[in-house]
Structures are given as structure tokens and as C-alpha cells.
Design a protein around this ligand. Sequence first.
Ligand code: GCV
Length: 714
Amino acid sequence: MTLFEPADIHPAWLPPEAFRAIGSRRTLVRGDGPLVDTVREEVKRACARYGGGVRHHTPDETGDQTAAGEPFDLVLALSAAGPLPAVAEMVQAEFRRRRGPTGHAIGDEGFVIARSGGVTVVLADEAAGLLHGLFHVVRLGEPAFGAARPPEHHRPAMPRRMLDHWDNVDVHPVMGQVERGYAGGSIFWRDGAPRGDLGRVRAYGRLLAACGVNAVTVNNVNVHTTEAHLLTDRLGDVAAIAAELRPYGIRVHLSAGFASPVVLGGLPTADPLDEDVRKWWAEATERVYETIPDFGGYVVKADSEGQPGPFAYGRDHADGANVLADALAPFGGVVHWRAFVYNHRQDWRDRSTDRARAAHDHFARLDGLFRDNVILQVKHGPIDFQTREPVSPVVAAMPATRVAVELQVTQEYTGQQRHVCYLAPMWSEVLGFRPWGPAGPAVAHLAGAAADGDGEAPDGRAPGEGGGLVGVSNVGDDAYWTGHPLAQANLYAFGRLAWAPWTDPAAILDEWIDLTFVPVATGDHEGLRRVLHTMMDGSWRTYERYTAPLGAGFMVRPGHHYGPDVDGYEYTPWGTYHFADRDGVGVDRTRATGTGFTGQYPPPWSQVYESLERCPDELLLFFHHVPYEHVLRGGSTVIQHIYDTHFTGVEQVAEARSLWETLAGTGSVPAALHARVKDLLDEQFRCAREWRDQINAYFLRKSGVPDVHGRHIP
Ligand code: GCV
């Protein structure tokens, strides 16, 4: 297997130097199979660079020493790979003793790591676990070879950790090569054809495996004509991508068009209850598995923003999802069926229709009707990836359905990878939200996470029954992968939170900083770490401060969604309104006087959100229409809060820009990367001022209430 290190592409969190600790040691890799080969190749390459050695015992070989008679420093072994070195046997025995007779096995992707007698041992039941264990050692770096450590069991909280690419094969006339992509073209497709440079795909798989992702969807959920053919006559293109990702344990999924039986099969209907349609899906899927035996499954956006779906045939979404699920079931595949279904042709005059309600209205009544291999993929908020939304009530409304939570790693509404906006704190809040209050399970549990990554989920489900975590990828063919070099941290954090949802976002940022910036450790690394934490830890809240206030959302320029336009969507059919007038602002979603959306939550949140007094400030305008002089729980009035946060937000961007400047010429980060971030911070500052001035001017003009501090508002 050839490992690929493109010279002109930034190595992100896997620079060669991140492997120094491993590469300078003597390692035994024990086990066989393609993923074990990947582990061995990784270690071999690191050793070639840093002078260590790697040995691969054959099953009948044993021994605790290298050929030169020296002890190993690191043993990476499959637990069933025959006689293990004595230290590994000891670790295994100790792990078994600790977990007791009813404890968990190491698990498909899990691993055990320990250090004893000067040897670091990683054990896994399956090769995928060994690969994750290797990357764990990379993350630990030198400390992996320091003090003794008892066996630690690591395993992913979510069974499936998937990135969806909204990549088009053809360049779409409006959306381009990558819908909502801010990092150049697609790494898979260019101008209607595969790109051909599969080495980059391999390098991508490697990065993803190193942060815990194990599934990728290679085309946009909006399936246009050319893309539809990936399912049939262009399946070979998908197989080629799958072949590059497979060595890193990543399975490929495909966005499939619901009308495929008509579009590709020439049938007169795509009615899910039609026998010919069922047969068509079954046969098409069988061919997919003949070509890609480890194919993951389909992702479907149906009856949404113009995509075809079961409604056209008077069927519901369980009927729609189940026909695909039945086709996939014999092969162990799953269908990710998106819950993003709403009327995008709403009359803005119609105050009774509430887009926030739509997904729950459509799906809650279908709970229990989906096949086991249907995963309902729910956007984390009820509207659309806004900077601040409550958690979607659908997540709690489907106890008999596997639910995956969908996050947007690509920064469509959070600065489009021109603004620094570290999203892990937002995702952490989402994953930690407890729909039934403090005693109930959190969103992470409902998506399949064990209580602590290692125990049973509090709602009694065994870990792994949920649908997992899905992120819309922020990657393109840009040299830094993500356009903004600091946006790499979002991709990394997505994988890490899907693996271990309870990890502190600041700790994840530390991991990312240490891996990514090790190569230029000539500078002041601790200083760099401080600067990056100051710039990034609170950057989501900073972004929130200078954009739409208090959960109002959607004050962006229509179409491309960058920059402010307070009324841009106010009189459109999209269902995204704020209802500002001279007296007040916000959407009344209460049961008492509004759209009744608050009733889609179980208690206590149905009551908390309903109550003007108890509703959290940051979501006030999402749930209530209030006068400008309404006093927030925080003590300020709504209007003064708007002014204050917008001035503060811009000041914080200015501070971030000055801080970054202090790194110039210090050697802490490469000069080219420094220059790229500097330019982007200039743009962020410009844009933040524009947001501040438009929002403040808009609300001053509407309300006539002056800023108590008398600051200039244009
Ligand atoms: C892929 C939002 C985006 C669309 C996207 C859609 C979705 O509406 O603006 O570009 O379409 O979400 O999630 O399907």
C-alpha cells in the first residue's frame, strides 16, 4: 500500500512530525488483514523518518524482543493474533479482570491501551480498533511512552460517524461544484467527471480515520441528473473512491434520488408500494454490493426543497424509506432518511404555518413504522443550521426509531470559512441537551452514545443502537482542505465528538493544536496555544454577538447566505421570518398565542420555552415576540442587548486580529498559513462591522430607542 503525502497540500493534523514518538521506537505489529497492513505501513513510514523499527511476527513466532534482541517499546496487536508477547498477555488478562464477566468486549472499533514494564500496548479485537489505537498513540505523542498506565478501554460512542459531502459531479449553475462549499472544488469530482487524483482521497481518508470518522457520502443530497447515475452506470466512479477510503476503515455511502426508478430505470412511477419499483431498488442495490461489497448505504433527501419524494404518490415517509431499507437489508446497508421536510413555497402572509414545526409534524407520527435499518437523519435545530437554534424536538419524539443528528461542519451560516468560528462548543451543547430535563438522556445518548463512552445509556438502550452523528463536510480541494486553515479544527472536532461526545471542546482544540502545529515548534508553542484558545474557544459566541440576535436567525443575504440582510428573507416563501416592527421582534411559537411549536417538546422544555420568564435569553426571539424594552433574564433590555453585543462582537474580532498579528515572524506557524489567516481576519473584521452597523441601524430605526451609551449607530 502506498501512503500518500502530497507536497503542496497542508498535512492538517497528520504532519510527519506527529509520528515522531512512534517513529523513533521499536514496534511490534501483530495481526493480519488490510487494516493491520495500514497500521504497519504507518509505523514503517514513521520509522523510516525517525530511525525506529517495526516488526511483524508471523502467527507461529513469539517473543518480546526485536530481531536484535532488544525489547519492544510499542506493541500493537489483535487480541486473537496468536501468542502475544508476555506484556500484551498481561494487559489482556488485566483488562478482562477489570471488566468482569459481564463487561464489554473491546468491541469492533474499540481498543485497550496500557503501559507496563516500559512497553506501551494497544490491543484490539478488530483491525479497525487497532487503527484507531494507533492514532490514539499519535495523539498522545511522547507521553504515550512515559509513566505506566493501567488498561484504558476506548471505543466510539456512536456506531456511525459520517461526513456528507454536498459535492456535485457536474458544476451546478447556481451551487457550483460543491453546494455550500467554501474550500474550492470537490476532492472527488470536477466538471462532470471524477478528478482522478485519488491520492488526495486516500490522504483524506487517513485524516478522517485519525479523528474517528468511519463513513463518507460522496455526493450532494440534492441529486441532479448526472449524480443520479452514480447509482448505476457510473457506479465505478464510486467504487474507485471506496477503494481509496477502505484502507482507513471508511465506508462509502451514496445520496440517491427517490425518483431513480423513473429517472434511471425508465419505470412510469417511483411509488414505493409499487412492486416493480421495489424490484428495481432491490436489483439496483444488489448490483451496488456486487461492485462495492462494503457499501454503507443510501442518504435520501425527499420531498424537500424540490427533491422528489413519496408525497407525490400519496405515501408517507415511512413507506418511502422502507422500500430502500428493504433493498439494503440483505447486505447490511442502511438508509439515512433526512427529516428536513418543510414547505419552501410558503406564503409569508400566512402566520399559521411555522417551518420549525414541519419535521415533527411529518415524522413524529411515523415513529415505530420504520425498518430497523432506517436511520432518521435530523438536523440539530428545527430550522436550518442557524448560529443559535433550540435542539430539534424530533430527536426526542422518535423512541422507536434510530435517529442520527446532523451537524453542519461547512460554515454556511457561521461565516463561510472566512470567519473564525470554532463550532465544537455549539455541538457540545447540542449533544449534551437533555430533552426530558437533567435526569433524562441527552441528545448524544439518543444518537447512540453510551453514558460515558463506556457504559450503558441512561435510557436503557445499549450503546450503538442509535443512528450516530452526521456532519456536512467543510472540505474541498483547497491546499488547506477547509479554506480557512483554522476551520480544520471543526472537521477534527466533529470526528472527535462523534467518537467521544463528552469531551471538552477546549481539550479537543488542544489536541488539534498540538498535532497540527508541531512541525514548526521552533516558535513559542505555549504562546501559540494561548493565542489560538483566545481566538477560537469563544469564537462561536463572538460570531453570534455580531450577527442575528437572541435566536432570531436568518438575517443573511438571500441565496449565498453571507453577510447581513435583516429583511432579506422576511417577505419570501422560505418560512424564515423575524417579524420585527416598530414595537418588537421575534416569532411567537407558544401554545398560548403562537404557532404551538413549544408543544412539540416534552416537559420541562415545553414549559420553559413557553414561558417568557423562563425561556433562555439566547433563544428568546426564537420562541417569543417581545417589545424592544422587554427585560431579559440577564437584566438588559432586548434593544440594549442588541446594541451591546454587536459592539462587543466587533471588538472581539479586532482583538483576535491583533493577537494573530503578534505571531507574525515568530516561527510558531508557517508564514504562508499566517498570511492566509491574516487576510481572512481582515475580511472577518470588515464583515463583522457590516453586520454590526446594519443590525444596529435597523433596530434603531425600527424602535427609535437610542443606545444608552450614546455610541455611533449609522
Ligand atoms: C443541500 C439548506 C441549504 C441547502 C441544502 C439544504 C439541505 O437549505 O441552504 O443548500 O441543500 O439546507 O440541508 O438539504
